[in-house]
Design a protein. Structure first.
Lengths: 396, 403
């Protein structure tokens, strides 16, 4: 079926200019652009005018001034004589700290709950279901209030601390846990562990690739395991059995000394975020694993793979493809939800931003910084994970 | 071939007996047996501690003293009938919708009837006739069924119901707010509203207002006009990239700094604006997903019968896309409902804020924070669970996930 060239031409030349698709589109582009730019100019000028009238300066020059307010806890050293920008950084680091730890712990807990949910044990599976249903249907802020006001604030006084194996001590002032001491032996040992992990990974990848290419048995799991243990063992031997020394919390006078302390605010926020997000992650993991076709498993067993191989070579790689995108959004949710820290007094980005607004009287500059920072974290995380996601998806 | 085999009729599989079931589901392997025992012991210890706390050591006075505070906050007790009438309207509309849309609304209507009947157990406010108070709650389930039968009898259509929903969503705020200076409907400022009433208003109002904005953003993101496309995309991504609390803070506090003093917007409306923007961005992505799922043949067919762009979008694409995303809308409503608690941070007296106010109202209650917050958690949990259960029924009905 061919269309005569002449007929097409005659049709298009019959169309009047006000009905020509290309002209209409161009006009619409132009009009929408003008409207948008006009609205933007109107908003911005109004905004600047109002800011001047109210005496709300829009400049960022205050950032180098002394902040003058204390912050409850900080990853880096901080005192009120530091500038505002530094205080902002403290808030950002606190947000990153709780988010990063939260993401790791929530993934571990969530995977555990997903496995329990899929267990053939009826009771365990129902229990996991109850967990998921409870946390998915309760607001996070209420849960945080329960964790903070009803649990972590209700712990006994320092004298009557609850002692857990570890030793970990729980009391009103927080969670006291052992922490590695900064010693040369410890550093050497740590370096040896790291070296072991790196060489083991390299050996795993290289030997596995050789095996895939040539089909020769290279015993890569055994070699990797050997390397993984070799370096720490060498370090242990050369230092005469000295490894990492732990700094153990001890009650001295009215408080615990040594180890490291998690403040009640941090602990409540972390526990709240982890237990809440784990319920969502559990559902992501479960649906990911269930999305793998049954036939895949059966086929894998049929060609003689062991159970572990079926999981690690067939099921998990395919489940990952389904799991990664919703997992990204759960990680981002956790990071964004960490802004609820304000309600229980943990000095995160948003909470510090709020103090800065009061302290410096610059609502708009501070607030724009807070929002842009959150946006940057979100975009950066999703960018990195999307790149990873693209790598593991089917090549089309 | 040797001996002929006689076909044995195979008995249908029987339901496993209790012992067999236990063996199969709890004790089939040695590790499962250990797991079961450990779980049972843990469960027993947890349940015993929980029951002991609920029935023995917990002190529920902060809740039992004035449960109405959790429902409506400081709403004048003499004007409570307005809240009651609003509920009746909602019940009737749910019933009517059930009658017209059947399975789509059945689970929600029945759930509403059950939840509202539970109001019978509330103690009536002082100075009001107890019987009337209790009966007014029981009128709700009745209205649901009346609505169902009326819709059937009068053969109402979706258009009638939509008109009903739109008019009542305009009427209810007026009814609750009243008119300043009038004697029949004296004005009740929103600062007196509180509790679950405000929580629901924020969630429902936010969702209803977000709906048209979300549709526009979704269409905008798919637009071929680059300015519209980029504006919509940036709006959606920025709102989704920041925490809800920053948006609430922006609309409640920052924007208010710049409005002229004579233009004071009500606090509740400012918070609702924040919820709306937030919900709209997420909804836009849902709707966009629905739009993308429409087979291209639909659009081509629409074009070939001579529909223009506008008609194709609003008569062919959107109705199908919206139908496909109904379940995820319900999911979004549930999370919006939970997210309303964040309004406490910008000073709205929703349910959680009422809880905190009650704790601070009495020095004895300072020690009873656990009771109050657990109660609020349970309220949210019950309502959200009812909604998500109903939405699962809806999904079954719509056959989502089936091909």
């Amino acid at each position: 079926m061919t269309l005569r060239e002449g007929s097409r031409l005659s049709i298009s030349s019959d169309v009047p200019i006000w009905r020509d698709e290309r002209v209409l589109r161009g006009a619409a582009q132009l009009i929408s652009a003008m409207l948008m730019i006009g609205a933007l100019i109107w908003l911005v000028t109004n905004f600047i005018q109002a800011a001047e009238q109210r005496g709300l300066p829009l400049s960022y020059d205050f950032l180098s001034q002394e902040s003058g307010f204390p912050i409850g806890e900080s990853v880096i050293e901080y005192d009120p004589s530091r500038p505002f920008l530094y205080a902002f950084l403290v808030g950002l680091l606190n947000t990153l700290k709780v988010s990063l730890l939260g993401i790791i712990l929530a993934t571990v807990l969530g995977t555990g709950i997903a496995l329990a949910r899929m267990s053939s044990n009826w009771l365990l599976s129902r229990l996991a279901l109850a967990y998921i249903e409870f946390f998915r249907n309760t607001p996070l802020l209420v849960l945080l209030f329960i964790w903070y006001f009803a649990v972590f604030n209700r712990f006994p006084r320092v004298r009557d601390s609850i002692a857990l194996p570890g030793p970990i001590y729980l009391n009103q002032r927080g969670l006291f846990i052992p922490w590695p001491k900064y010693t040369t032996e410890g550093l050497v040992f740590l370096a040896a562990i790291l070296l072991g992990i790196i060489t083991a990974t390299v050996a795993w990848i290289v030997l596995r690739r050789i095996r895939e290419r040539t089909g020769r048995q290279t015993y890569f799991p055994l070699v990797s395991l050997f390397l993984l243990l070799l370096f720490p063992a060498l370090a242990w031997n050369s230092q005469g059995g000295q490894t990492i020394t732990w700094d153990i919390p001890l009650l001295e006078g009215f408080n615990f000394k040594g180890g490291t302390t998690l403040t009640p605010e941090f602990a409540a926020l972390l526990v709240g975020l982890v237990t809440y997000t784990a319920a969502f992650i559990a559902e992501v993991v479960r649906s990911g694993i269930q999305a793998v076709d049954r036939g895949q498993r059966e086929a894998a067993s049929a060609i003689g793979l062991s159970n572990a191989q079926v999981l690690s070579l067939v099921v998990i790689p395919q489940a990952m493809r389904v799991m990664i995108p919703p997992m990204i959004s759960q990680f981002l949710n956790l990071t964004k939800n960490s802004s609820l820290a304000l309600a229980i007094g943990y000095p995160d980005l948003f909470a510090v931003g709020r103090i800065m607004i009061n302290q410096a009287g610059r609502a708009v500059p501070v607030f724009s910084m807070v929002m842009l920072t959150y946006l940057a974290i979100s975009l950066f995380t999703s960018l990195v994970l999307n790149l990873y996601n693209r790598k593991i998806q089917y090549e089309t | 071939m040797g001996a002929t085999t006689i076909e044995q009729p195979i008995a249908p599989p029987q339901r496993p007996g209790a012992v067999e079931w236990l063996h199969k589901n709890l004790f089939n392997r040695w590790y499962n047996t250990i797991l079961t025992i450990v779980t049972v012991v843990a469960l027993f210890l947890i349940l015993r501690a929980a029951l002991e706390w609920i029935f023995v050591s917990a002190d529920w006075r902060p809740i039992t003293r004035s449960p109405l505070l959790y429902l409506v906050g400081q709403y004048p007790r003499s004007e409570l009938w307005r809240v009651g009438v609003s509920l009746w309207m909602v019940s009737l509309l749910f019933g009517l919708s059930w009658g017209v849309w059947r399975g789509l609304f059945r689970a929600f209507a029945l759930a509403l009837a059950v939840v509202l009947s539970a109001g019978v157990f509330l103690p009536p406010p002082e100075g009001s006739p107890a019987l009337l108070f209790r009966l007014s709650w029981l009128l709700n389930p009745l209205l649901v069924f009346v609505g169902f039968f009326v819709a059937n009898r009068l053969r109402l259509t979706g258009r009638h119901i939509l008109i009903g929903w739109v008019t009542s969503s305009l009427l209810i705020p007026i009814l609750l707010r009243g008119i300043d200076g009038s004697s029949f409907l004296p004005g009740v400022t929103t600062s007196l509203w509180g509790g679950l009433l405000v929580t629901l208003i924020l969630a429902i109002g936010g969702l209803l207002l977000a709906f048209p904005i979300g549709i526009l953003l979704a269409l905008g993101r798919r637009s071929s006009l680059s300015v519209v496309h980029y504006t919509s995309t940036i709006t959606i991504e920025v709102v989704r990239g920041v925490p809800l609390i920053t948006i609430l803070f922006l609309t409640s506090i920052i924007v208010a700094l710049f409005l002229p003093p004579e233009l004071r917007i009500d606090r509740l409306i400012r918070a609702m604006a924040g919820m709306t923007i937030f919900a709209a961005a997420y909804m836009a992505e849902n709707i966009r997903g629905g739009l993308q799922a429409i087979p291209p043949g639909q659009v081509e067919a629409a074009k070939s019968i001579g529909l223009n762009r506008f008609q194709t979008t609003f008569l062919i694409e959107l109705p199908q896309a919206l139908r496909a995303v109904i379940p995820s809308m319900v999911g979004q409503f549930i999370s919006l409902f939970k997210d309303t608690t964040l309004a406490v941070i910008v000073g709205i007296t929703e349910l959680l804020a009422i809880g905190r106010a009650i704790i601070q109202s009495d020095s004895e209650f300072i020690q009873l924070q656990a009771e109050v917050f657990v109660f609020i958690a349970v309220v949210f949990w019950v309502l959200s669970s009812v909604m998500s259960y109903s939405s699962r029924r809806l999904e079954e009905r719509l056959g989502v996930g089936e091909t």
